[in-house]
Design a protein around this ligand. Sequence first.
Ligand SMILES: Cc1cc2nc3c(=O)[nH]c(=O)nc-3n(C[C@H](O)[C@H](O)[C@H](O)COP(=O)(O)OP(=O)(O)OC[C@H]3O[C@@H](n4cnc5c(N)ncnc54)[C@H](O)[C@@H]3O)c2cc1C
Length: 383
Amino acid sequence: MTGIPHVVILGGGFGGLSTANELRNSLSESQVKITIIDKKDWFMVGFAKLWILTGTRTFDESIGSLNELSKKGIDFLKDEIVKIDLNNKNVQAKSHDISYDYLIISLGAVLAPEKIPGLVENGFNLYDHEKLSEIHEKLKTIDSGKIAISIMGMPYKCPPAPFEASLLIDSMLRKLGKRDSVQIDFYSPAPITLPAAGQEVSKQILELINSEKIVFHESCKIKSVENKKMIFENDQEADFDLLLAVPPHIAPKVIYEAGLAKDSGFIKINRDCKTSFDNVFAIGDVTSLPVGEKLAVPKAGVFAEGEGLTVAKNIVSKIQSKEESELFDGKGGCFIESGRDTASLIEVDMFTNSTPSTDITESTSENLSKKIEFEKERLSNWL
Ligand SMILES: Cc1cc2nc3c(=O)[nH]c(=O)nc-3n(C[C@H](O)[C@H](O)[C@H](O)COP(=O)(O)OP(=O)(O)OC[C@H]3O[C@@H](n4cnc5c(N)ncnc54)[C@H](O)[C@@H]3O)c2cc1C
């Protein structure tokens, strides 16, 4: 490597921004050149989507601009990546051709509603930022009937988020005085609410949603969706008036084309977040990091952030000709709002013990303040 090493980061989400900032905070512009490429020029903390959905926030109030990165000496290119050429250490975007010394792939997961026949025509994608205002209008005007929240593929981003969505929708309808005439059903392919968090936390989440009369339907593996009707693999059916679905997640097309993952899977990594290519790392939702035989690190911003820190520290060591020693610690927490101006924190420690440990705190107003602070910190520290 001659000259200033060039670190290219694909994706300006949780993982990409965490990595870029840690690198820039550790090394000056004469020590490392950092470029982030993303097809959009804004970042939003995922849970703000639920505030837009329930109408306590607008989209514009929830985003930070990636164009701010240049002020910190991080180059930002708004462009769509179309090819990752790992053999020639080069990335092609629609209008740019970029060579790298180190590559960090943090392209996230793609939502694939088209994988479920009839979903696009008959339901809403709960995670699609472009649909949030439309869903909000539907929620405001529904006077009676059934709202179905349905998880249609595993793994999906932020496992507690759809439960939180059901609680916030419950709260919204209660405030509008319509909750008694609207039924809320929750459908999941899993036998318990949060498999990654274990039986005890799952039981507590179940109790929380049941306490608001939200009905949990377990082991409902979706086959197709028709007009106001879901059909499951066991041929059972469930009807709805408004369907909010968490669609299957896959990796971006460029990942499969580069041979980094197979079928509809994700990039397999270990705790060092390395790929099989020299100086090429993968982090966040685009990856699959196994925990024991059956589990994987959940797809969540806190974990993408932690993996980004790990990779950044190891790249700093390499650039300074020191030994790389960091492994991702697998620790993180996700807030879950109750819809009654309080929140609980689900704390996860994936690797310290032989099995992952999880805990859920009491639902308090302090935790809700911490959740709001979590978002503020990310937006102000990273952008
Ligand atoms: C409703 C909801 C609530 C959530 N709540 C929480 C929470 O409370 N706590 C938590 O930790 N996590 C939460 N999450 C999950 C969190 O948002 C994701 O896990 C996190 O964003 C993953 O980070 P990432 O960097 O891997 O991917 P992302 O943040 O998705 O970033 C990937 C980036 O890559 C870009 N990209 C993809 N393909 C291309 C391409 N071909 N060319 C150019 N750019 C491309 C995308 O535009 C995107 O900006 C929530 C998610 C949702 C939807």
